[in-house]
Design a binder for this molecule. Structure first.
Ligand code: ZN
Length: 155
């Protein structure tokens, strides 16, 4: 990765970390989950409005390091309008990007533009401790998909 690109990526992370997009619970959200990364102290709550297997709206709340906030913020931007299968596929691809594994085979196709937006976090793979920060929002999103509003766990 060129240093210019790295700097640009860093700026996107700092921007999203400072000004998270889709912060708060969207109206009509019907799936929620809480996530916690004790290694770093990051906490997020992901709210999804799922309808007919589609992410109609998504938002999150929480606090933590810039990477956890930026990653969750970027996630909310790419997930809007996706089907649940597409959301899973994006998560697996993103996870592969950060861990260098290859678990996403057989998943639904991932939109190239969406994947490029997530590429800003690729540098995290050089810091294994930070991978948990970058994937916290995604793990929480996966939990939220399985959580109906009336079944939210109470930590
Ligand atoms: Zn963190």
């Amino acid at each position: 990765m060129s240093s210019e690109l790295r700097e640009l990526y860093q700026e996107v992370i700092l921007d999203h970390g400072r000004t998270p997009r889709n912060f708060g619970a969207p109206s009509g959200a019907n799936h929620h989950a809480n996530g916690h990364n004790p290694l770093c102290g990051d906490r997020v709550t992901v709210h999804l409005k799922l309808k007919d297997d589609k992410v109609e709206d998504v938002g999150f709340e929480g606090s933590g390091c810039a990477i956890s906030m930026a990653s969750t913020s970027l996630m909310t931007e790419v997930l809007k309008g996706k089907t649940v299968a597409e959301a899973h596929a994006l998560f697996h691809r993103f996870h592969d990007l950060l861990t260098g594994s290859n678990d996403s085979e057989g998943d639904a196709a991932v939109d190239a533009d969406d994947f490029e937006r997530l590429m800003v976090l690729a540098g995290v793979r050089e810091y294994p401790m930070r991978v948990k920060c970058a994937t916290l929002g995604w793990h929480t999103m996966e939990a939220a998909i399985g959580n109906e509003a009336d079944k939210v766990s109470t930590e």
